[in-house]
Design a protein around this ligand. Sequence first.
Ligand code: ZN
Length: 408
Amino acid sequence: MFAAPVPRRRVLVGAAAGALLLAVAAVGIRTMDADSPSPAGATASHASPQTVAPGSSTGPTRDPANRRTVRLVAAGDVLIHPAVTEQARRDAARAGGMDFAPMFAGVAPAVRGADLALCHLETPLADPAGPFAGYPSFNAPPQVLDGLRATGFDGCSTASNHTLDQGADGVARTIRALDAAGLRHTGSARSAAEAARPRIYQVGDVRVAHLAYSLNFNGLSRPPGQPWLANLIDPPAILAAAHKARAAGADIVVLSLHWGTEYQHLPDADQRAWAQQLISSPDVDLILGHHAHAVQPFQRFGDKWVVFGMGNELARHEEPINDNREGVMARATFTETAPGRWTVTRMEALPTWTDLAPALRLVDLTAALADPGTPPGLRGDYRAACRRVLGYVRALGAGADQVVASGG
Ligand SMILES: [Zn+2]
């Protein structure tokens, strides 16, 4: 199993305001893990810091004007279809194993280079030995988490239309696996207490809250009395949670929304209405969208951004088409433009593409096109995919100077 440590950054993770009182560690990536691995109903009383991986200290990042900055990278759906699992088996060093890391290796430089990297885990996870299932009721191998961690992700949103595919057991199993892999999570929970604690990452001396909600659960309902099991989009509840995160000390509040109409490149009426309402709140700094299996625009609202849809990060649909092979990662640089005020001063789009043969591989298109080692036979397809993705990203008026095409 590929299990390289993540050689960067200064991310601490907390899930409770009390944990934020802890001093920033001088070296390495640490977590303040108030809920891991707690059983259902546990409280946030055991909030002691815990080193999860060795790393090098970079200290607080400052821009040339000596302002503090945080560089966030976010990705679209990680959707583990059976063909993705088959590729992980083929990539494993030993028979019977699975290694998902090679599939993500193309985007690892971009992910590792961020101060904070967030993915979207669309499906519940099974036990390591299975049984596994694909669409419509997913149950994916938890081994994918080792791949995400090795790629450099710090945490994932877990609220999606598939969150309840395997019931409450699936939710609990997924969260246990994330905790065990050293990945943080938000969007589903094992208890009311767990759901009530805002997920807060400590990035150097900056606190970033991450909240996540889904538009539906594919017709499934949360059991009576357990609305905390998975977060459903409900603007008043989202705004209350964002306010609570801010009150808990978050400098920056990031909201992940699983929303939209599948295979549509433009936001639907619900997305537009929710975006306007939520991004207008002083408690929401950035919205990151996914679900549509197609790239959607990055749109500016005042001095904030809504990323309507990042498409798939990694998936292998039964019918691979350009839409579901294309994706985009968003890279947002937050700068403290006035004391305590954080603004996205640079927004970048990192177009991606999934190669299907000879192996399933996620490609960072800008980086691949800049690499002289990329075979000439692939360049035409990569250039065309890159152009399409940037077209979707900028379809609602963002200029090339506003959403900068990047890679690596
Ligand atoms: Zn979805």
